[in-house]
Design a binder for this molecule. Structure first.
Ligand code: G3P
Ligand code: CA
Length: 289
């Protein structure tokens, strides 16, 4: 059995023990594991994918932030989850005649006018949809790390190269960032493969739960397999971690989106490497004591 698989089995056992005794598996191995990643920033407490959500994660002491990157009509990369602006901005009020309000149909200047905070709460009125450049600079200011998702790449031809260009321009492709502060992930295997081919030194993740029989193919271009927690098991995590990724290290598993303590402890028991959560404080406490 691969050493990582042995570790996962041990972890699973520790996870079971953790349910019986008030000692978490993370504490048992020294703390800080599994990693906790603030999903769209600390998005339970501040509007998702805004600079305020990055700040909130930092305030909570969370080192990793996840985001979603898309492109405007005039070619600017912006940070937003949905392919349209309706749910998380006041676009329908500001541009009532522009249905269906797709991100790709608005210029960066138009999007910069939108309020991306009021929908979440009055305290965040006036928050903006950040550009990728603004977002990575805020993450940098807090000395945090970034799990960057290229969202809907089929809508934005060339977005992989453009994302890497922005990251490079902002200093995120230097040795220290590549060594442990940046992961680029996505639901599209083609897109993740493209990132890997364009810049092999970048750590990458595939979002999904491919059959184990397909994992050798993914291991050629992805360092992580990142499934929804509902599709996970100890056996699946161990199977993933038994493969060696493109950088010669065992594949990792970051799972999403876990917002309660019991589920966090359960998936930690499966042996995952990271937990992506809207409530990073709750998950940190659950897995680290
Ligand atoms: O990081 C994992 C997670 O963000 C994937 O789902 O829809 O929230 O982007 P979604
Ligand atoms: Ca995402």
């Amino acid at each position: 059995m691969h050493a990582r698989a042995v570790a996962a089995s041990t972890t699973a056992l520790l996870g079971t023990v953790a349910l019986l005794f008030p000692v978490s598996p993370a504490r048992a191995v020294g703390g800080g594991w599994p990693l906790v990643i603030a999903h769209r920033g600390a998005s339970a407490y501040a509007p998702e994918n805004t600079l305020a959500a990055v700040d909130k994660a930092a305030e909570l002491g969370i080192r990793w932030v996840e985001n979603d990157v898309q492109r405007t009509r005039d070619g600017e990369l912006v940070v937003l989850h949905d392919d349209n602006l309706r749910r998380t901005t006041d676009v329908e009020e500001v541009f009532p005649d522009r249905a269906p309000w797709k991100v790709k149909d608005f210029t960066a200047a138009e999007i910069a006018r939108l309020d991306a905070g009021s929908w979440f709460g009055p305290a965040y009125a006036g928050a903006r949809v950040p550009t990728l450049e603004q977002f990575v600079n805020r993450v940098e200011r807090h000395h945090q790390k970034l799990l960057l998702e290229i969202k809907n790449p089929e809508l934005y031809p060339g977005i992989e190269r453009q994302t890497l260009k922005v990251l490079g321009n902002e200093g995120w492709l230097d040795r220290s960032h590549l060594a442990g502060r940046l992961i680029v992930q996505g639901f599209s295997a083609d897109s993740v493969r493209t990132v890997h081919e364009l810049k092999p030194a970048v750590k990458t993740g595939f979002l999904g739960t491919p059959p184990v029989s397909d994992l050798p193919g993914y291991a050629g271009f992805a360092d992580q397999i990142n499934p929804s927690y509902g599709s996970l098991s100890t056996a699946y995590v161990a199977s993933v971690q038994a493969f060696t990724g493109p950088h010669g290290r065992p594949l990792e598993v970051f799972t999403w989106t876990v917002d309660d303590a019991a589920t966090a402890q359960r998936v930690a028991g499966y042996g995952v490497d990271g937990i992506i959560t809207n409530k990073p404080d709750v998950v940190r406490e659950a897995v680290d004591g």
